[in-house]
Write a protein that binds this ligand. Structure first.
Ligand code: MIC
Ligand code: SF4
Length: 657
């Protein structure tokens, strides 16, 4: 059997472990990226490691998320990131350059290289044949310090793409179809490897759209071959020398194979409020729409905006609709202008934002109350837009522009002849705004604003742990539920004590008050100083933000007991010394309630010994053991067990005992 592309790239980067699904592997990392909302904490962690210069071949710090500067805080973060890049030898991409994934694809992607980024959509690079992972900031900080990236070896799943898109169907429909079939947890523990005859006609930006939203499936990452299309993309970027081939030479042994015929796809749309609630657009046609947003790292390439522009040419945006365009990068915007794509957008009544994430993470662009908002974005988790009870639908640029023109959800085929967009023969490439690292950073001063608070010391795990269940949640809890983003909370990303006050506010607006009341009441009572959260399946899906692990930890949550975890969140919990436990018998979930007191006897010793299952007791009013439950920790490596015992990865990296 031939090697999968994943095996080929992993073998070339393997530092430790074996490529056996379920085993821990350590990989050498060639590129790192951060964005501003996760980057400040990442660099505070990196600084705490005492390394003088960033070690990867390419390390880039992007500013694309926290673009509203309503006071000094986001602006201070941007300045801090610029100074850190100069001090430690990173590229710096300032506000206005574009979304990290789009810019990285354009300016830095190299087939066959490894990339980790402190953002869950880092797999976008898989569109250009990179093996690219979303990770917590601490994992990125460790890679910056030259350490390997550790992950549990996933299964490699093949996706065979055949056929050609029919008019008004495009790349986002492929991933929406996979979300419809497999759901938001269908990709867990898997890497999706794409192949098949359809790739001949699929450009790198289209592949990147598909790879990007593998994150919504919960997949570890996604990868496409590097072929003639990739070479064409890289020559348009003026980087043909960076091109190298990557393909399977023969028949690979995939764990499973999914068939997808592009010609059979209809325009699809994900309904509120989960990316897997996918239906054909025609099923919900006629629903009045008030906002249409086009952009995000999934759909803001030159092709995406050109198709919108062509569809709008000579037409007007419906008076009920606010159409807003968020270009993926300065390069996209420049080339859109060059190809005559900007004027039809302006004439039709669209609002053009500077390149960046904007409303995708609730940084402005919140929809009105009760309004339907159609977006080409990645996620529509409840309230993420900034408006409570929002109604956000996710679709292709084609379906989005149809909604903007008709003022209702409409099958884009109603728009008539399809303006197929082919890649231009020439692309304007201007790298002046990406700041390369200076030769030496020793003289550079790191500039910190008052909102940038140093990283706290995390306490080690006690021998026996006791604590209360502070929250019981259901299935598919997102990191937006655990720690919301949006324009009010994002400026607190560099200030852990402040941002912690918003933990779980979506699930229970009284959470903080409840925790504070309890801990204040019984200052000296060890039982109530720490807490646990109980959850269902796919706990922690969504963003890579490590704040969603760290803020609860800061408040005293040391234990998370759930039916299953999402990958990046699990890694983040371990990095910050939170015990990630799963039920041996998932039914036990139903027997636990908020305010019950739990005990994990001799948990530290059992963990370090390598026990795969642990006893957990529910305690009665006099600390008597009322009920025994068995919980699992069989997925933890020896390295992770040490981290948990010490209270987190930084304590391990600092050599604490
Ligand atoms: C997201 O799309 O949820 C984000 C905002 O890009 C996050 C990162 C963050 O929370 O800063 C992600 O996807 O990892
Ligand atoms: Fe930015 Fe949205 Fe992409 Fe996250 S998903 S990186 S917020 S555009």
């Amino acid at each position: 059997m031939a090697k999968t592309m994943v095996e080929q790239v992993m073998e070339a980067h393997l530092v430790s472990g074996e490529l056996v699904p379920g085993a821990e592997v350590g990989l050498k990392i060639d590129h790192t990226l951060t964005q501003d909302a996760t980057g400040t904490l990442t660099y505070l962690e990196f600084e705490a490691m005492g390394v003088d210069r960033a070690q990867p071949e390419v390390a880039v710090s992007y500013v694309d998320h926290n673009l509203l500067q309503t006071d000094y805080r986001n602006a201070d973060d941007h300045r801090f990131l610029r100074s850190i890049a100069a001090r430690y030898g990173l590229y710096f991409s300032p506000a206005g350059n574009g979304i990290c994934h789009q810019v990285h694809l354009e300016r830095f992607s190299v087939p066959g290289k490894t990339l980790i980024g402190s953002d869950s959509h880092t797999p976008t690079g898989g569109g250009a044949g990179m093996l690219a992972f979303g990770a917590g900031g601490l994992d990125v900080a460790l890679a910056l310090a030259g350490q390997p990236f550790y992950l549990v070896m996933p299964e490699v799943v093949g996706i065979n793409l055949t056929g050609r898109f029919s008019p008004w169907v495009s790349a986002k429909d492929v991933i929406l179809e996979l979300l419809r079939r497999l759901t938001v947890k269908g990709g867990f523990g898997k890497i999706l490897e794409y192949f098949g005859p359809a790739l001949r006609n699929l450009s790198v930006p289209e592949r990147a759209t598909i790879a990007n939203m593998g994150a919504e499936l919960g997949a570890t990452t996604s990868i496409f071959p590097s072929d003639a299309q990739t070479k064409k993309f890289m020559s348009l970027q003026g980087r043909v020398d960076d091109w190298r081939p990557l393909k399977v030479r023969g028949k690979a042994d995939y764990a499973e194979i999914h068939q997808l015929d592009l010609s059979q796809l209809d325009p699809l749309i994900a309904c509120p409020s989960s990316p897997d609630k996918v239906v054909p657009v025609r099923q919900i046609e006629g629903l009045a729409v008030e906002q249409v947003l086009i952009g995000s790292c999934a759909n803001s390439s030159w092709r995406d905006l050109m198709v919108v522009s062509r569809a709008l040419k000579g037409r007007q945006v419906h008076p009920r609709v606010s159409l807003e365009i968020n270009p993926g990068s300065r390069q996209v915007l420049e080339n859109l202008a060059l190809a005559g794509g900007l004027l039809p957008l302006l004439e039709a009544g669209a609002r053009i934002m500077p390149p960046g994430c904007w409303g995708c993470i609730g940084m402005g662009q919140a929809p009105p109350t009760n309004a339907v908002s159609v977006r080409t974005f990645t996620r529509n988790f409840p309230g993420r837009s900034g408006t409570r009870d929002d109604k956000v639908y996710l679709a292709t640029p084609e379906t989005a522009v149809a909604a903007a023109i008709f003022g209702e959800i409409a099958d884009p085929r109603r728009l008539g002849p399809y303006p197929r967009i082919t890649q231009p023969r020439y692309f304007l490439v201007d790298g002046r705004h990406l700041m390369p690292p200076p030769d030496s950073g020793e003289e550079e001063e790191v500039i910190r604003g008052p909102n940038i608070v140093p990283f706290p010391h995390l306490s080690p795990l006690p021998d026996t742990w006791q604590g209360k269940i502070w929250l019981k949640a259901g299935d598919n809890v997102t990191t937006d539920d655990i720690l919301p983003a949006g324009s009010y909370i994002l400026p607190l990303r560099s200030n852990l004590p402040a941002i912690s006050q918003h933990a779980f506010s979506r699930l229970d607006p009284n959470f903080i008050k409840r925790v504070q009341d309890q801990t204040a009441l019984v200052e000296d009572d060890k039982i109530l100083k720490e807490g646990a959260v109980v959850g269902g399946e796919n706990y922690g899906q969504g963003s890579s933000r490590e704040h969603a692990a760290l803020a609860p930890r800061f408040l005293g949550i040391r234990v998370k007991l759930v039916q299953s975890f999402a990958r990046i969140h699990l890694a983040n919990l371990i990095n910050f010394g939170i015990l990630p436990l799963t039920f041996e018998n998932p039914e036990d979930y139903h027997s636990l309630q908020e305010d019950q007191v739990l005990e994990l006897p001799e948990v530290r010793e059992r963990l370090l010994k390598g026990d795969e299952r642990l006893p957990l007791y529910v305690l009665g009013p006099d600390e008597e053991r009322e009920k025994e439950i068995w919980v699992k920790v069989d997925y933890l490596s020896e390295r992770q067990r040490r981290m948990l015992a010490l209270g987190g990865a930084l304590n391990l990296a600092r050599g604490e005992e």
